[in-house]
Ligand binder design. Structure first.
Ligand code: UD1
Length: 346
């Protein structure tokens, strides 16, 4: 059993994909975790899965952070919270273009409510779930944290840009120090195959689409082509979700130890290497032993050609580095897809 740190951490969106992996890593480090999630895109049984992995059941409260009275009443009853990791948000790019106000309302009102409470209840440490999408298509690669922020191509991306700025202004005038982590492309699942990415309906992201095609849930994968890259498919910086989860622990500990150099800091969280879609497919076929059915089709509107991170700042300042390679990421994603199939048989 890990030594207890005596610190209680609020994880909003803790039953989601990245949130659940982060809860596991926090518990392994001896932190007490309380989760708030409205379950709009996740399942309550994730709590059971977390307990199976760590032997500790995280406390769970189901409500919507857009409801200020409920949020305030939660903080009133939990005055011992040392830090907040804020994941809870809507995240589908295409859907955000269809329903812009829903995205602005949900992602920004919940953030405002939680920051108000951080101020009122004196919570000094705040980690925010941001995204590499804030950069758009960078002019120079690998992309650095101080690269220009381009105009957002979707309301989803815009909410991440606004959120980062809001947190930065907020921190400058309050006791709450903050870190925004700009995630590149998280994939893979926990080695236990008890938690992983669970897309509701047809997946938008590449890897769940690959594993669902390989298991027979989808007939074929559309590989978007015509990008300005050597093999014409998009290049991204894929990172194992457990490596990403661990970045949250070092970020929180940096704040606890007052090692931050500014009231609001930003870090790229990726591996520093880009891979094309065809490389992903080839590696997946190798680790799974499955031939993938795919078709090359035109580009997806709004997609950028290529992006990968310069991770020097995170490596040096956080003392964090992604450890898992592409084969680890894809074999864990495949193990997870097979575990889902097994559980559906029951
Ligand atoms: C997308 C979002 C990004 C968000 C991230 C969350 C867009 C434009 N960007 O990133 O803002 O933070 O998800 O995970 O939607 N691909 C295929 N076939 C598919 C699906 C994807 O070829 O069926 C390709 C894409 O062209 C891209 C790569 O796979 O090159 C990765 O796509 P995806 O997993 O959707 O992630 P992003 O588009 O990078």
């Amino acid at each position: 059993m890990p030594t207890k740190t005596g610190k209680k951490i609020l994880v909003t969106g803790g039953t989601g994909y990245i949130g659940s992996h982060t809860v596991v890593e926090l518990q392994k480090k001896g932190y007490q975790v309380v989760i708030i999630d409205n379950l709009s895109n996740s399942h309550k049984n994730v709590i059971d899965a977390i307990e199976k992995i760590t032997g500790i059941r995280p406390e769970f409260k189901k409500f919507d952070l857009c409801d200020f009275n409920k949020t305030k009443s939660f903080f009133n009853k939990n005055k011992d919270i040392s830090a907040i990791i804020h994941f809870a948000a809507l995240k589908a790019v295409g859907e955000s273009i269809e329903k812009p106000l829903e995205y602005y309302n949900n992602n920004l009102v919940s953030l405002i409510n939680i920051l108000k409470c951080a101020s009122v209840f004196g919570i000094k440490n705040f980690v925010f779930s941001s995204s590499a999408c804030v950069y758009g298509q960078p002019d120079k690669l690998p992309v650095l944290e101080n690269s220009p922020i381009k105009k957002a191509s979707s309301p989803y991306g815009h909410t991440k840009q606004i959120s980062e700025e809001m947190i930065s202004f907020f921190s400058s005038k309050n006791k709450t120090k903050s870190i925004s982590l700009r995630y590149f492309n998280p994939i893979g699942a926990h080695e236990s195959a008890l938690i992983g990415e669970l897309p509701i309906g047809k997946p938008n992201n590449l890897v769940p689409f690959i594993t669902q095609t390989a298991i027979g849930k989808r007939d074929f994968l559309n590989v978007y082509g015509n990008y300005n890259t050597p093999d014409k498919t998009g290049i991204r910086d894929y990172i194992h979700v457990v490596d990403l989860a661990k970045a949250h622990i070092v970020a929180i500990e940096r704040l606890f130890k007052n090692k931050n150099k500014k009231k609001h800091e930003v870090f790229n969280i990726g591996t520093g290497t880009g891979h094309s879609v065809l490389t992903i497919i080839k590696t997946f076929e190798k680790v799974s032993g499955k031939k993938l059915n795919y078709k090359i089709v035109p580009s997806r509107p709004g997609d950028i050609d290529k992006v990968w991170a310069n991770t020097d700042h995170a490596n040096k300042e956080l003392g964090w580095k992604a450890e898992k390679n592409l084969a680890d990421m894809l074999s864990s994603a495949w193990k997870w897809e097979r575990a889902i199939k097994e559980s559906e048989k029951k």
